[in-house]
Design a protein around this ligand. Structure first.
Ligand code: UDP
Ligand code: MG
Length: 304
């Protein structure tokens, strides 16, 4: 029988994990006679009892496999490790906090049988998330759509089902700054959405503070778009026009010289710094790629 690997990245999820495992294991019944299930949990350097809970469950059920990172490498690296170690015919990616309903994986599988290699969850509504999170996510997906020359579906996370062809294509991409929900559509395989309501976190707090959210957002933009560089060019033209206007008004009217000089200096230097900053983002990413470090370090593997 064909195999479905379910990849679950977990970081300090002791409060959710028992319930998550319980609901995921129920899927074995749902898929009975259709697919054999393996669960690949990636422990992303948790400091709480996450690893202990995983190990206890892995002892009881050999289909529960653990990739244990040496430290926290981040959600995107955890997913990448899961995909590197997956050998199944189908692969599902799901968060460990039950915000993505595990039962939907069956609907995704059914949809994939219609001839889709990628079936992604499209968030219709987000229950109980802060207004800031909802607004920033809404804005981000629209900015990304404008910036990138690639069809990245709006309002989707990493919750999806892919076939092994997509996994093989994806695993060839070894870039260090990863925006997986953009890299998977980049492979070009046929895809379809499954709409769903994103539940609230079962327990615990988000492991995506603003700093991690911003990092992911900038990785998305910088790795899929060169528009920020064109943006510098447009700014330089605008600035040129503004400086001519200042010059002409200065020549034609009486004005306070200091104000204008002050304004011009600060304005010009802020734009210069912005331009340098944008270029710096691309250069530091080039540096990161050339260092050739592994994406993540594994301390040990269980049940592989
Ligand atoms: N996660 C991870 N490493 C991290 C941060 C998060 O493996 O550094 C996992 C986390 O345990 C969860 C998933 O990624 O299973 C999504 O994180 P979270 O639910 O905190 O993000 P949110 O839903 O709030 O955006
Ligand atoms: Mg969550």
């Amino acid at each position: 029988m064909k195999i479905l690997d379910i990849i679950v990245p977990v970081y300090n999820e002791e409060a959710c994990l028992d319930k998550t495992i319980q609901r995921l294991l129920k899927l074995k019944e749902t898929f009975k006679g259709k697919l054999n299930l393996n669960y690949i949990f990636v422990n992303d350097g948790s400091k709480d009892k996450t690893l202990q809970i995983l190990e206890e469950n892995a002892k009881k059920d050999k289909n529960i496999k653990i990739i244990n990172f040496s430290r926290n490498f981040g959600h995107q690296m955890a997913l990448s490790a899961g995909l590197d170690y997956s050998k199944g015919d189908y692969i599902a990616i799901i968060d460990g906090d039950l915000q993505d309903p595990p039962e939907l994986i069956y609907d995704m599988y059914q949809k994939s049988l219609e001839g889709y290699d990628i079936v992604y969850g499209k968030r219709l509504k987000r229950k109980q998330e802060t207004v800031f999170k909802k607004l920033s996510a809404w804005g981000f997906y629209r900015v990304l759509k404008y910036m990138c020359n690639l069809e990245i579906p709006t309002d989707t996370g990493d919750f999806r089902l892919i076939t092994k062809d997509v996994r093989e294509a994806f695993n060839k991409m070894r870039e260090k700054h990863r925006f997986i929900r953009g890299m998977i559509p980049w492979t070009g395989f046929k895809s379809a959405p499954i709409p769903y309501v994103r539940d609230e976190r079962f327990a615990g707090e988000t492991k995506y503070p603003l700093s991690k959210m911003l990092k992911l957002a900038f990785d998305g933009i910088y790795s899929f778009s060169f528009k920020p560089v064109s943006f510098i060019f447009i700014l330089s033209i605008l600035l040129f026009i503004i400086s001519i206007i200042i010059l002409l008004t200065g020549l034609l009217t009486e004005y306070e010289e200091e104000h204008v000089i002050c304004f011009t200096l600060t304005f010009v230097s802020s734009i210069n710094l912005l331009a340098l900053g944008i270029l710096g983002q691309y250069i530091s990413r080039i540096y990161d790629e050339t260092r050739n470090r592994p994406l993540y370090i594994i301390k040990n593997l269980i049940n592989f």
